[in-house]
Write a protein that binds this ligand. Structure first.
Ligand code: BG6
Length: 518
């Protein structure tokens, strides 16, 4: 227990935020998993934390025949399982469930939207009928039709004002390549402005991911070092212990590069490397992210062969538990070439980062679940200690642990106490839990709240999605007609294929495994 615990003053830059207005949230595809697992628990916690608008309704829209009562009962049961706080507070739930309704309907059927309109019209207060958040928890192929039908039913307007406001929330995949993303974006914006579209990347709702900008731009000591003069290279690792499990069908179409790199990892990279925005306004932040993504050097097929490593797991074990190989997972082709691991070396062609390698890696069935960013600083000149210790003298590193054990650690060298002159790395560590206590809202809570408040900072803009696809498309082009080679397989429970180590060894670097923090 530290008795000199430091408690600085909180500078709250969020107080000026728009208050949330009364609104109705319509979830399309409401009988799917996402609603019960994530959305309803998120709304329940927002109610619990008194963050929902003063008045609101949630309407589930789906084909399965249900009544308001039967849906509420189903959700209540699911909440027992999926709520992050337990037991469920019955008083909060009872107040919340009165605002939950169900509307049976087929997305393609114009009559279903009339029924939805009737339901909305049954609400007495005008904002509940006009301020509408449409959450499309459906297949992406249905986004276009839903938006068109909403427009035809006069439930979705481009203009706000007398019509209230309407917004559309969607989740990845935003297409499967640049061309399809382009087509999807065109469909979405046929009847809505880009500003009305909230594209969710749940990584942006994570506390630690949001902290990247705070950390970088509210501290002068790090920002001065945040460039090619001081940084040797950067490693971004998102490792997962889980295999593909039941998601083989989806994963066969996606692979690690579309599933993780196109969105979460490039978003983290953009936040780590972007220039300071002119303000904290959504467009200013997103402009800088796009600028950064556009500065990533595109890879030719030859460069892909040298700078990108794919991997696929074969059978192995994690924590003593056997894991099947990817090709043995349900709904996976027995000769599949889909990557469950990818490691890449990227360069950012701008003034700040020229020639600094950014290494990204992600994979399934790795030994540990951990997401972190390691800023590896340049070594000291080869005089004094470095001259004597050579490689044994660690270069400084700053690690932003995004999850779990959220925190930030700084590695530097210190004298080992004693008569001899020994130097060894030591660590300064900030842990969210010990500093702020366990505060762990789900990413969805924040994202839903921001969508209701109409703050677009945490949502992905159209040009971000498309620029990210350009990067991914150029990599996938380099893989065309190239089956995986033996060097690209790894046993479940290991840190990926050997080729990934060689990728760094070319430049005298090594992967740093995420730290086991206790
Ligand atoms: C999802 C991917 O977007 O992110 C999953 O589709 C992955 O494959 C998940 O497991 C990781 O999210 P988190 O929050 O667990 O790091």
């Amino acid at each position: 227990m530290m008795d000199d615990q430091f408690e600085g003053e909180v500078c709250n830059i969020g107080v000026e935020r728009k208050l949330t207005e009364p609104c109705s949230i319509v979830i399309f595809g409401a009988s799917g998993d996402l609603t019960a697992r994530k959305l309803i628990p998120a709304f329940y916690h927002l109610c619990k934390d008194k963050l929902m608008p003063p008045d609101f309704r949630v309407i589930g829209f789906a084909r399965r025949d249900k009544t308001d009562e039967s849906w509420r009962a189903e959700l209540r049961e699911a909440l027992n399982q999926f709520s992050r706080t337990k037991p469920v507070d019955e008083k909060i739930w009872q107040a919340f469930e009165k605002n939950i309704f169900y509307c049976v309907g087929d997305l393609n059927d114009a009559a279903a939207y009339q029924k939805l309109e009737q339901k909305l019209n049954s609400f007495k207060s005008a904002p509940l009928r006009k301020n509408l958040l449409f959450y499309l928890a459906t297949q992406p192929s249905q986004f276009g039709v839903a938006v068109e039908q909403l427009h035809n039913a006069k439930l979705l307007h481009r203009e706000s004002g007398e019509h209230g406001w309407q917004r559309i929330v969607i989740e990845k995949p935003f297409g499967h390549d640049l061309a399809s993303a382009h087509a999807l974006n065109a469909e979405l914006t046929r009847f809505a402005h880009e500003q009305q579209v909230c594209r969710i990347d749940h990584y942006l709702g994570k506390e630690t991911v949001q902290n990247i900008l705070m950390f970088r731009f509210s501290n002068s000591i790090f920002e001065k070092l945040w460039n090619r003069n001081s940084v040797d290279h950067v490693q971004i690792t998102v490792s997962e212990k889980l295999g593909v499990g039941e998601r083989g069908g989806y994963y066969e179409e996606a692979g690690a590069i579309r599933d993780m790199v196109q969105n979460h990892m490039l978003q983290v990279l953009a936040l780590i490397a972007m220039e300071p925005p002119v303000s904290l306004e959504a467009e200013a932040v997103r402009d800088e992210k796009v600028k950064l993504l556009k500065s990533i050097r595109q890879l030719s097929p030859d460069e892909v062969a040298k700078q990108v490593v794919r991997g696929q797991y074969f059978a192995g074990a994690i924590d003593g538990q056997p894991r099947p190989g990817y090709r043995q997972e349900p709904k996976v082709k027995p000769d599949s070439n889909v990557e469950t691991y990818v490691a890449l070396k990227l360069f950012i062609d701008n003034w700040r980062w020229s020639d600094v390698p950014f290494y990204l890696r992600t994979g399934k069935n790795l030994p540990m679940s951990a997401s972190e960013v390691r800023i590896q600083f340049c070594p000291t000149p080869s005089v004094l200690f470095a001259a004597q210790c050579g490689n044994k003298l660690d270069a400084n590193a700053l690690t932003l642990r995004l999850q779990p054990n959220e925190g930030i650690s700084l590695r530097f060298n210190g004298k080992v106490p004693g008569m001899s002159l020994g130097v060894r790395p030591v660590r300064m560590y900030f842990s969210y839990d010990s500093e702020f206590g366990a505060y762990t809202p789900e990413a969805y809570e924040r994202l839903l709240l921001e969508a209701i408040a109409g703050d677009a900072t945490l949502f992905i803009r159209r040009d971000e999605v498309e620029t990210a696809w350009q990067i991914v498309d150029s990599i996938r082009k380099g893989w065309e007609n190239k089956p995986l080679t033996n060097r690209e397989f790894y046993a479940a429970g290991t840190w990926g294929p050997i080729a990934a180590d060689d990728l760094l060894a070319q430049s005298g670097h090594v992967w740093h495994e995420p730290q086991v923090i206790k």
